[in-house]
Design a protein around this ligand. Structure first.
Ligand SMILES: C[S@@+](CC[C@H](N)C(=O)[O-])C[C@H]1O[C@@H](n2cnc3c(N)ncnc32)[C@H](O)[C@@H]1O
Length: 412
Protein backbone atom coordinates (compact mmCIF):
# COMPACT_ATOMS: atom_id res chain seq x y z
CA UNK A 1 0.00 0.00 0.00
CA UNK A 2 1.31 3.46 -0.74
CA UNK A 3 2.25 5.36 2.40
CA UNK A 4 1.23 8.90 1.49
CA UNK A 5 -2.29 8.96 0.28
CA UNK A 6 -3.52 11.36 2.92
CA UNK A 7 -4.99 14.59 1.65
CA UNK A 8 -2.46 17.40 1.69
CA UNK A 9 -2.67 20.71 3.48
CA UNK A 10 -6.10 22.20 3.49
CA UNK A 11 -7.04 25.77 4.38
CA UNK A 12 -9.98 24.58 6.43
CA UNK A 13 -7.67 22.57 8.69
CA UNK A 14 -6.34 24.19 11.87
CA UNK A 15 -3.99 22.74 14.44
CA UNK A 16 -5.10 23.07 18.03
CA UNK A 17 -4.28 21.75 21.46
CA UNK A 18 -7.79 21.10 22.72
CA UNK A 19 -6.51 20.36 26.23
CA UNK A 20 -5.53 24.00 26.48
CA UNK A 21 -8.36 25.56 24.51
CA UNK A 22 -11.14 25.87 27.07
CA UNK A 23 -11.84 28.10 30.03
CA UNK A 24 -14.12 26.15 32.33
CA UNK A 25 -12.57 22.70 32.67
CA UNK A 26 -9.28 22.83 34.62
CA UNK A 27 -7.88 19.46 33.50
CA UNK A 28 -8.80 16.24 31.70
CA UNK A 29 -9.11 14.24 34.89
CA UNK A 30 -11.04 16.84 36.86
CA UNK A 31 -14.09 15.69 38.83
CA UNK A 32 -16.33 13.03 37.35
CA UNK A 33 -14.57 13.16 33.99
CA UNK A 34 -12.02 10.65 35.30
CA UNK A 35 -14.40 8.58 37.36
CA UNK A 36 -13.80 5.42 35.36
CA UNK A 37 -11.58 4.29 32.49
CA UNK A 38 -14.12 3.87 29.73
CA UNK A 39 -12.32 2.97 26.46
CA UNK A 40 -11.79 5.86 24.02
CA UNK A 41 -13.47 8.33 26.34
CA UNK A 42 -13.52 11.98 25.31
CA UNK A 43 -11.30 14.34 27.20
CA UNK A 44 -13.88 16.85 28.53
CA UNK A 45 -12.16 19.67 26.67
CA UNK A 46 -13.46 18.33 23.34
CA UNK A 47 -17.17 18.86 24.11
CA UNK A 48 -16.29 21.90 26.26
CA UNK A 49 -14.55 23.54 23.29
CA UNK A 50 -17.65 23.02 21.16
CA UNK A 51 -19.98 24.30 23.87
CA UNK A 52 -17.88 27.39 24.60
CA UNK A 53 -17.56 28.39 20.97
CA UNK A 54 -20.65 27.17 19.15
CA UNK A 55 -23.51 26.64 21.60
CA UNK A 56 -25.98 29.30 22.61
CA UNK A 57 -28.25 29.50 25.62
CA UNK A 58 -31.29 27.24 25.29
CA UNK A 59 -29.65 24.85 22.83
CA UNK A 60 -29.71 21.07 23.09
CA UNK A 61 -26.70 18.85 22.39
CA UNK A 62 -26.82 15.20 21.42
CA UNK A 63 -24.30 12.35 21.45
CA UNK A 64 -25.51 9.11 19.81
CA UNK A 65 -22.28 7.23 20.77
CA UNK A 66 -22.04 8.62 24.27
CA UNK A 67 -19.94 5.87 25.94
CA UNK A 68 -19.12 7.10 29.41
CA UNK A 69 -21.38 10.14 28.91
CA UNK A 70 -18.78 12.95 28.84
CA UNK A 71 -20.94 15.14 26.59
CA UNK A 72 -23.72 15.11 29.18
CA UNK A 73 -21.52 16.01 32.15
CA UNK A 74 -19.97 18.82 30.16
CA UNK A 75 -23.36 20.08 28.95
CA UNK A 76 -24.50 20.52 32.55
CA UNK A 77 -21.50 22.76 33.21
CA UNK A 78 -22.52 24.96 30.26
CA UNK A 79 -26.22 24.86 31.17
CA UNK A 80 -27.26 23.06 27.98
CA UNK A 81 -29.95 20.41 27.58
CA UNK A 82 -28.68 17.08 26.31
CA UNK A 83 -29.54 13.64 24.98
CA UNK A 84 -27.19 10.63 25.18
CA UNK A 85 -27.40 7.18 23.58
CA UNK A 86 -25.15 4.16 23.68
CA UNK A 87 -25.31 0.43 23.11
CA UNK A 88 -23.43 -0.12 26.35
CA UNK A 89 -25.72 -0.36 29.40
CA UNK A 90 -22.95 1.16 31.56
CA UNK A 91 -23.88 4.64 30.28
CA UNK A 92 -26.98 4.70 32.49
CA UNK A 93 -25.02 3.72 35.61
CA UNK A 94 -22.29 6.30 35.09
CA UNK A 95 -24.84 8.97 34.30
CA UNK A 96 -26.78 8.35 37.51
CA UNK A 97 -23.59 8.70 39.59
CA UNK A 98 -22.51 11.91 37.92
CA UNK A 99 -25.93 13.40 38.63
CA UNK A 100 -25.52 12.65 42.33
CA UNK A 101 -25.03 15.46 44.83
CA UNK A 102 -22.51 14.26 47.43
CA UNK A 103 -23.99 13.72 50.89
CA UNK A 104 -22.25 12.45 54.04
CA UNK A 105 -21.47 8.78 53.69
CA UNK A 106 -22.91 6.10 55.96
CA UNK A 107 -19.97 5.55 58.33
CA UNK A 108 -20.90 1.90 58.84
CA UNK A 109 -21.13 1.04 55.16
CA UNK A 110 -17.90 -0.99 55.03
CA UNK A 111 -18.82 -2.86 58.24
CA UNK A 112 -22.22 -3.67 56.80
CA UNK A 113 -20.59 -5.13 53.70
CA UNK A 114 -18.15 -7.14 55.82
CA UNK A 115 -21.03 -8.55 57.86
CA UNK A 116 -23.12 -9.38 54.79
CA UNK A 117 -23.35 -13.13 54.38
CA UNK A 118 -25.26 -13.73 51.12
CA UNK A 119 -23.53 -14.17 47.79
CA UNK A 120 -24.16 -12.91 44.29
CA UNK A 121 -22.60 -15.07 41.57
CA UNK A 122 -22.69 -13.73 38.00
CA UNK A 123 -24.22 -15.84 35.25
CA UNK A 124 -20.86 -16.50 33.63
CA UNK A 125 -19.18 -19.80 32.86
CA UNK A 126 -15.85 -18.01 32.47
CA UNK A 127 -15.89 -16.48 35.93
CA UNK A 128 -13.06 -18.69 37.23
CA UNK A 129 -10.90 -17.77 34.28
CA UNK A 130 -10.96 -14.16 35.49
CA UNK A 131 -10.88 -14.52 39.27
CA UNK A 132 -9.26 -17.01 41.64
CA UNK A 133 -11.77 -18.75 43.91
CA UNK A 134 -10.67 -16.74 46.96
CA UNK A 135 -11.56 -13.46 45.28
CA UNK A 136 -14.88 -14.76 43.96
CA UNK A 137 -16.15 -15.32 47.50
CA UNK A 138 -14.99 -11.85 48.56
CA UNK A 139 -16.47 -10.10 45.53
CA UNK A 140 -19.72 -12.03 45.58
CA UNK A 141 -20.45 -10.82 49.13
CA UNK A 142 -19.79 -7.19 48.24
CA UNK A 143 -21.86 -7.45 45.06
CA UNK A 144 -24.68 -9.20 46.89
CA UNK A 145 -24.75 -6.28 49.32
CA UNK A 146 -24.83 -3.91 46.32
CA UNK A 147 -27.65 -5.79 44.57
CA UNK A 148 -29.86 -6.73 47.49
CA UNK A 149 -29.14 -4.64 50.59
CA UNK A 150 -27.78 -1.21 49.69
CA UNK A 151 -30.12 1.79 49.66
CA UNK A 152 -30.32 3.82 46.43
CA UNK A 153 -27.71 6.38 47.47
CA UNK A 154 -25.16 3.82 48.77
CA UNK A 155 -25.70 1.85 45.58
CA UNK A 156 -24.70 4.83 43.47
CA UNK A 157 -21.65 5.50 45.59
CA UNK A 158 -20.55 1.89 45.68
CA UNK A 159 -20.76 1.24 41.97
CA UNK A 160 -17.48 2.72 40.73
CA UNK A 161 -15.39 1.58 43.75
CA UNK A 162 -16.77 -1.94 43.33
CA UNK A 163 -16.14 -1.99 39.60
CA UNK A 164 -12.57 -0.83 40.12
CA UNK A 165 -11.91 -3.39 42.85
CA UNK A 166 -13.51 -6.17 40.81
CA UNK A 167 -11.01 -5.45 38.08
CA UNK A 168 -8.12 -5.14 40.49
CA UNK A 169 -8.98 -8.42 42.22
CA UNK A 170 -8.96 -10.29 38.93
CA UNK A 171 -6.62 -11.56 36.26
CA UNK A 172 -7.67 -8.65 34.07
CA UNK A 173 -5.10 -5.96 33.50
CA UNK A 174 -6.74 -2.83 34.91
CA UNK A 175 -4.09 -0.67 33.31
CA UNK A 176 -5.18 -1.36 29.75
CA UNK A 177 -8.43 -0.50 28.02
CA UNK A 178 -9.12 -4.08 26.95
CA UNK A 179 -10.19 -7.14 28.88
CA UNK A 180 -6.84 -8.82 28.89
CA UNK A 181 -5.05 -11.40 31.06
CA UNK A 182 -1.51 -10.08 31.06
CA UNK A 183 1.65 -11.27 32.77
CA UNK A 184 1.46 -8.24 35.03
CA UNK A 185 -2.10 -9.21 36.04
CA UNK A 186 -1.16 -12.84 36.84
CA UNK A 187 1.73 -11.65 39.00
CA UNK A 188 -0.57 -9.12 40.68
CA UNK A 189 -3.01 -11.89 41.66
CA UNK A 190 -0.24 -14.17 42.94
CA UNK A 191 1.09 -11.34 45.09
CA UNK A 192 -2.36 -10.43 46.42
CA UNK A 193 -3.07 -14.03 47.41
CA UNK A 194 0.05 -14.05 49.59
CA UNK A 195 -1.13 -10.92 51.45
CA UNK A 196 -4.06 -10.25 53.74
CA UNK A 197 -6.15 -9.60 50.64
CA UNK A 198 -9.43 -9.32 52.55
CA UNK A 199 -8.16 -6.46 54.69
CA UNK A 200 -6.66 -4.86 51.60
CA UNK A 201 -9.96 -5.18 49.73
CA UNK A 202 -11.92 -3.31 52.40
CA UNK A 203 -9.27 -0.64 52.91
CA UNK A 204 -9.15 -0.03 49.14
CA UNK A 205 -12.94 0.11 49.06
CA UNK A 206 -12.87 2.80 51.72
CA UNK A 207 -10.19 4.71 49.82
CA UNK A 208 -12.13 4.51 46.57
CA UNK A 209 -15.30 5.74 48.27
CA UNK A 210 -13.30 8.72 49.52
CA UNK A 211 -11.95 9.35 46.00
CA UNK A 212 -15.42 9.25 44.56
CA UNK A 213 -16.74 11.71 47.10
CA UNK A 214 -13.84 14.00 46.25
CA UNK A 215 -14.55 13.73 42.51
CA UNK A 216 -18.24 14.49 42.99
CA UNK A 217 -17.34 17.57 45.03
CA UNK A 218 -14.83 18.70 42.41
CA UNK A 219 -17.49 18.39 39.75
CA UNK A 220 -19.96 20.38 41.86
CA UNK A 221 -17.35 23.17 42.04
CA UNK A 222 -17.90 23.61 38.27
CA UNK A 223 -21.45 24.60 39.14
CA UNK A 224 -23.34 22.11 36.94
CA UNK A 225 -26.83 23.41 36.13
CA UNK A 226 -30.18 21.67 36.32
CA UNK A 227 -30.99 21.00 32.67
CA UNK A 228 -33.31 18.71 30.74
CA UNK A 229 -31.73 15.45 29.72
CA UNK A 230 -32.61 12.15 28.12
CA UNK A 231 -30.35 9.09 28.42
CA UNK A 232 -30.89 5.93 26.41
CA UNK A 233 -28.51 3.11 27.24
CA UNK A 234 -28.59 -0.37 25.65
CA UNK A 235 -29.89 1.06 22.35
CA UNK A 236 -28.69 0.30 18.85
CA UNK A 237 -28.02 3.56 17.04
CA UNK A 238 -28.91 1.93 13.72
CA UNK A 239 -32.47 1.37 14.91
CA UNK A 240 -33.08 4.41 17.09
CA UNK A 241 -34.61 7.73 16.10
CA UNK A 242 -34.58 11.18 17.66
CA UNK A 243 -38.02 12.11 18.91
CA UNK A 244 -37.32 15.84 18.85
CA UNK A 245 -34.83 18.05 17.03
CA UNK A 246 -31.49 18.92 18.61
CA UNK A 247 -29.22 21.88 17.86
CA UNK A 248 -25.81 20.25 17.97
CA UNK A 249 -24.69 16.70 17.41
CA UNK A 250 -21.31 16.03 18.94
CA UNK A 251 -19.89 12.56 18.91
CA UNK A 252 -16.98 10.24 18.55
CA UNK A 253 -18.07 7.14 16.64
CA UNK A 254 -16.57 3.69 17.36
CA UNK A 255 -13.08 3.05 16.08
CA UNK A 256 -12.33 1.31 12.84
CA UNK A 257 -9.48 -0.42 14.63
CA UNK A 258 -10.36 -3.33 16.89
CA UNK A 259 -12.02 -1.79 19.92
CA UNK A 260 -14.83 -3.95 21.16
CA UNK A 261 -16.61 -1.99 23.83
CA UNK A 262 -19.00 -4.67 25.03
CA UNK A 263 -16.25 -7.28 25.20
CA UNK A 264 -13.98 -4.85 27.01
CA UNK A 265 -16.59 -4.13 29.67
CA UNK A 266 -17.85 -7.72 30.02
CA UNK A 267 -16.45 -8.19 33.51
CA UNK A 268 -18.35 -5.12 34.70
CA UNK A 269 -21.58 -6.14 32.96
CA UNK A 270 -21.60 -9.66 34.42
CA UNK A 271 -21.06 -8.47 37.99
CA UNK A 272 -23.79 -5.89 37.45
CA UNK A 273 -26.10 -8.81 36.83
CA UNK A 274 -26.48 -8.80 33.05
CA UNK A 275 -27.08 -12.25 31.59
CA UNK A 276 -24.81 -14.05 29.16
CA UNK A 277 -27.29 -14.12 26.28
CA UNK A 278 -28.13 -10.46 26.64
CA UNK A 279 -24.47 -9.42 26.66
CA UNK A 280 -23.92 -11.58 23.58
CA UNK A 281 -26.87 -9.96 21.82
CA UNK A 282 -25.43 -6.50 22.52
CA UNK A 283 -21.99 -7.51 21.25
CA UNK A 284 -23.63 -8.62 17.98
CA UNK A 285 -24.92 -5.11 17.39
CA UNK A 286 -21.58 -3.43 17.80
CA UNK A 287 -20.20 -1.32 14.96
CA UNK A 288 -18.26 -2.37 12.88
CA UNK A 289 -18.45 -6.08 13.78
CA UNK A 290 -21.85 -6.68 12.21
CA UNK A 291 -23.50 -6.60 8.84
CA UNK A 292 -25.03 -3.26 7.93
CA UNK A 293 -27.31 -2.57 4.92
CA UNK A 294 -25.28 -1.22 2.03
CA UNK A 295 -25.58 2.47 1.20
CA UNK A 296 -24.16 4.49 -1.65
CA UNK A 297 -21.09 6.28 -0.32
CA UNK A 298 -20.48 9.63 -1.97
CA UNK A 299 -16.78 9.99 -1.29
CA UNK A 300 -13.90 9.52 -3.71
CA UNK A 301 -11.52 9.09 -0.79
CA UNK A 302 -13.60 6.13 0.45
CA UNK A 303 -13.44 4.45 -2.97
CA UNK A 304 -9.72 5.14 -3.45
CA UNK A 305 -8.75 3.62 -0.13
CA UNK A 306 -11.11 0.71 -0.70
CA UNK A 307 -9.14 -0.39 -3.76
CA UNK A 308 -6.04 -0.76 -1.58
CA UNK A 309 -7.56 -3.40 0.69
CA UNK A 310 -7.07 -6.95 -0.49
CA UNK A 311 -8.22 -9.23 2.32
CA UNK A 312 -11.93 -10.06 2.19
CA UNK A 313 -12.53 -9.77 5.94
CA UNK A 314 -10.85 -6.35 6.09
CA UNK A 315 -12.88 -5.17 3.17
CA UNK A 316 -16.04 -6.28 4.97
CA UNK A 317 -14.95 -4.45 8.10
CA UNK A 318 -14.17 -1.31 6.10
CA UNK A 319 -17.52 -1.38 4.28
CA UNK A 320 -19.59 -2.18 7.37
CA UNK A 321 -17.86 0.58 9.26
CA UNK A 322 -18.65 3.27 6.71
CA UNK A 323 -22.13 1.94 5.90
CA UNK A 324 -22.88 2.13 9.63
CA UNK A 325 -21.48 5.49 10.64
CA UNK A 326 -22.47 7.32 7.47
CA UNK A 327 -26.02 5.96 7.43
CA UNK A 328 -26.34 6.98 11.08
CA UNK A 329 -25.02 10.49 10.45
CA UNK A 330 -27.17 10.88 7.36
CA UNK A 331 -30.37 9.82 9.12
CA UNK A 332 -29.81 11.56 12.45
CA UNK A 333 -28.65 14.78 10.78
CA UNK A 334 -32.20 15.32 9.50
CA UNK A 335 -33.13 16.34 13.04
CA UNK A 336 -29.97 18.36 13.76
CA UNK A 337 -30.73 22.05 13.39
CA UNK A 338 -27.34 23.77 13.47
CA UNK A 339 -24.06 21.89 13.71
CA UNK A 340 -22.48 18.44 13.67
CA UNK A 341 -19.11 17.90 15.37
CA UNK A 342 -17.53 14.59 14.60
CA UNK A 343 -14.39 13.62 16.44
CA UNK A 344 -12.39 10.81 14.91
CA UNK A 345 -9.14 9.30 16.01
CA UNK A 346 -6.38 7.63 14.05
CA UNK A 347 -7.36 4.44 12.26
CA UNK A 348 -5.29 2.06 10.23
CA UNK A 349 -5.98 -0.98 8.13
CA UNK A 350 -2.87 -3.11 7.60
CA UNK A 351 -0.66 -0.14 8.51
CA UNK A 352 -2.41 2.23 6.10
CA UNK A 353 -3.94 5.29 7.72
CA UNK A 354 -7.58 5.75 6.71
CA UNK A 355 -8.70 9.41 6.62
CA UNK A 356 -12.10 8.80 8.19
CA UNK A 357 -12.59 12.55 8.72
CA UNK A 358 -12.18 13.21 4.99
CA UNK A 359 -14.65 10.48 4.06
CA UNK A 360 -17.26 11.84 6.50
CA UNK A 361 -16.84 15.36 5.11
CA UNK A 362 -17.11 14.32 1.44
CA UNK A 363 -20.15 12.14 2.01
CA UNK A 364 -22.07 14.62 4.16
CA UNK A 365 -21.30 17.54 1.83
CA UNK A 366 -22.43 15.56 -1.19
CA UNK A 367 -25.74 14.88 0.51
CA UNK A 368 -26.47 18.58 0.15
CA UNK A 369 -27.57 19.92 3.52
CA UNK A 370 -24.18 20.24 5.22
CA UNK A 371 -21.12 22.32 4.55
CA UNK A 372 -17.66 21.64 5.93
CA UNK A 373 -16.81 24.68 8.01
CA UNK A 374 -13.51 23.66 9.59
CA UNK A 375 -11.48 20.76 10.92
CA UNK A 376 -9.41 21.10 14.07
CA UNK A 377 -6.45 18.77 14.29
CA UNK A 378 -5.49 17.84 17.80
CA UNK A 379 -2.33 15.95 18.66
CA UNK A 380 -2.57 13.07 21.08
CA UNK A 381 -0.19 14.65 23.56
CA UNK A 382 0.95 11.58 25.46
CA UNK A 383 2.16 9.84 22.33
CA UNK A 384 3.99 12.69 20.63
CA UNK A 385 7.49 11.55 19.71
CA UNK A 386 8.97 14.62 18.11
CA UNK A 387 7.81 18.12 18.86
CA UNK A 388 7.87 19.04 15.17
CA UNK A 389 5.82 16.01 14.16
CA UNK A 390 8.45 15.18 11.56
CA UNK A 391 11.02 12.49 11.80
CA UNK A 392 14.28 14.46 11.95
CA UNK A 393 16.10 11.81 9.93
CA UNK A 394 13.74 11.75 6.96
CA UNK A 395 11.77 14.99 7.25
CA UNK A 396 8.63 12.91 6.68
CA UNK A 397 5.64 13.32 8.91
CA UNK A 398 6.05 10.93 11.79
CA UNK A 399 3.77 7.92 11.35
CA UNK A 400 3.97 7.18 15.06
CA UNK A 401 2.45 10.49 16.00
CA UNK A 402 -1.29 10.28 16.23
CA UNK A 403 -3.72 13.04 15.52
CA UNK A 404 -7.39 13.38 16.18
CA UNK A 405 -9.76 15.34 13.99
CA UNK A 406 -12.68 17.46 15.08
CA UNK A 407 -14.75 17.91 11.93
CA UNK A 408 -17.26 20.75 11.93
CA UNK A 409 -20.24 20.56 9.61
CA UNK A 410 -22.73 23.40 9.47
CA UNK A 411 -26.26 23.16 8.17
CA UNK A 412 -26.58 25.07 4.89
C1 LIG B 1 -15.49 6.16 20.80
S1 LIG B 1 -16.69 5.51 21.89
C2 LIG B 1 -17.46 6.94 22.51
C3 LIG B 1 -16.81 7.43 23.78
C4 LIG B 1 -17.46 8.69 24.33
N1 LIG B 1 -17.19 9.84 23.48
C5 LIG B 1 -17.02 8.99 25.77
O1 LIG B 1 -16.71 10.13 26.10
O2 LIG B 1 -16.96 8.02 26.55
C6 LIG B 1 -17.88 4.82 20.79
C7 LIG B 1 -19.13 4.22 21.46
O3 LIG B 1 -19.96 3.69 20.42
C8 LIG B 1 -20.74 2.67 21.02
N2 LIG B 1 -21.38 1.82 19.99
C9 LIG B 1 -20.83 0.88 19.18
N3 LIG B 1 -21.77 0.33 18.39
C10 LIG B 1 -22.95 0.94 18.69
C11 LIG B 1 -24.30 0.78 18.24
N4 LIG B 1 -24.63 -0.10 17.29
N5 LIG B 1 -25.25 1.57 18.79
C12 LIG B 1 -24.95 2.49 19.76
N6 LIG B 1 -23.69 2.66 20.23
C13 LIG B 1 -22.71 1.89 19.70
C14 LIG B 1 -19.76 1.95 21.92
O4 LIG B 1 -20.44 1.25 22.95
C15 LIG B 1 -18.89 3.10 22.44
O5 LIG B 1 -19.30 3.50 23.72
Amino acid sequence: MPGKLLTGSNTLEHEILLRKAVLKIPSSNFGVFSLYKYPAKFIPQVPAFVMENYAKKGMKVFDPFAGFGTVGYTAKVYGLDYELWDLNPLLEYFHSICETQPKPLDKNLIDKIKAHSQEFIPDWSNLEYWHPEEFISLLSKAWSFYHYSADEYSKKLLLVPLLKLTKYFSYADEKVHKLYKSRYAREKVEKLLKEDYKALFYSLLEKELGNLEQKLKEYQSLNPKKVNCKVKASVDVLEEDLEEPVNILITSPPYLQAQEYIRTTKLELFWLGFKKDYIRSLAKKEIPYRDVPKIEILSNTYHTYRTLIEEKHLLELYDNYFFAILSVFERLSEKVLDYMFIFVGPAKIRGQKIPIHQIVIEHMESKGNWVHEKTYIDRIVSRVMFSTGRNPATGIEDQRMDKEYLVILKRR
